[in-house]
Design a protein around this ligand. Structure first.
Ligand code: ZN
Length: 306
């Protein structure tokens, strides 16, 4: 998989370069990717493994869905690079935590998409480090366009932004074949939606994988909840409260019904080749529902003293 993605980026960035130069450029790509990996922290969920998984999904999407023909080469390249970089230097705490603690990041980037701005700036810092510029063969105009696409794609992984954009996307999918793909705004909405589609795609994967990822997310959330309780002396939200960990199935159902299902259902309306992802969610939802029924049954018997 590493090799597939590397060659894909290599082809997109450097396809006109041959021979000795190609070797030097391949070194740049390897150096860049290793540095990106090194700049993910050892947190439970938002680590290099997550970034690479997100990249794998965009790669699979570009290979298997008709989506690829809607985007040009530079847009695809920016999306792939954005997936690898979109959570760079994540500290295992969310935007709300940055604001509550007035962290250095909140002071630096303000209260809007705090972390996402940091991830983008970190990506830019790596790109500008000596021997790391994988976009070196593009003209200055193309370079500016790539950076702008990269920024837009990384900022789009802010879920609060997704909630604003998705209504426009849902309306778009109702238009069927009459969508104007030459419209810049339409393309921008679509690229944003693709980033979220890949970022949260663990919910579409086979149960063993999806379940394991849910546990990793919860581990990170509980760590934040512990900090909030111990350091900030506040009651964490239910999904970050270790004392409510038995509510995981209920929380997963809320996540699936509120965020995931609407998104993937509309993606399938736009392009039926996304259907395996929707099917995966529905299978996982059924299993979470079974676990939730078990939980409620146990709770009812405790409450009734049986
Ligand atoms: Zn992510």
């Amino acid at each position: 998989m590493y090799t597939n993605v590397m060659y894909y980026i290599l082809n997109r960035c450097f396809q006109t370069i041959k021979g000795l130069f190609c070797h030097l450029i391949f070194q740049t790509l390897v150096r860049w990717m290793l540095t990106v990996r090194k700049n993910y922290r050892n947190v439970a969920y938002h680590n290099w493994r997550h970034a690479f998984n997100v990249c794998q999904v965009i790669y699979a999407t570009m290979k298997n869905c008709k989506t690829q023909r809607l985007l040009n080469d530079r847009e695809i390249l920016a999306l792939i690079v954005a997936c690898l970089c979109h959570d760079l230097d994540h500290r295992g705490t969310n935007n709300a935590f940055q604001h509550k603690t007035s962290s250095a990041l909140a002071q630096l980037y303000g209260t809007k998409a705090t972390l996402e701005n940091h991830h983008f700036n970190h990506a830019l810092m790596i790109l500008n480090s000596e021997g790391h510029n994988i976009f070196i063969n593009f003209s200055s105009e193309e370079y500016s366009e790539l950076i702008s696409l990269l920024k837009h794609a990384i900022l789009a992984t802010d879920l609060s932004l997704h909630l604003q954009i998705r209504q426009k996307f849902f309306a778009m999918t109702e238009q069927g074949d009459s969508i104007d793909w030459d419209d810049r705004d339409i393309k921008e909405i679509f690229r944003s939606i693709l980033m979220t589609t890949c970022d949260i795609a663990a919910i579409t994967k086979p149960w063993e994988v999806s379940r394991r990822v849910a546990d990793l997310v919860m581990t990170e959330f509980f760590d934040q909840g512990d900090k909030e309780r111990e350091e900030l002396k506040i009651q964490p939200q239910a999904h970050m409260d270790r004392e409510k960990q038995d509510e995981l199935p209920k929380l997963q159902l809320g996540w699936i019904d509120g965020i995931c299902l609407p998104l993937y259902k509309h993606l399938v309306l736009l392009d039926p080749s996304f259907k395996p992802m929707l099917d995966g969610i529905l299978e996982n939802r059924a299993l979470w529902e079974e676990l939730d029924i078990d939980r409620l049954t146990k709770q009812a018997s405790i409450d009734s003293g049986v």
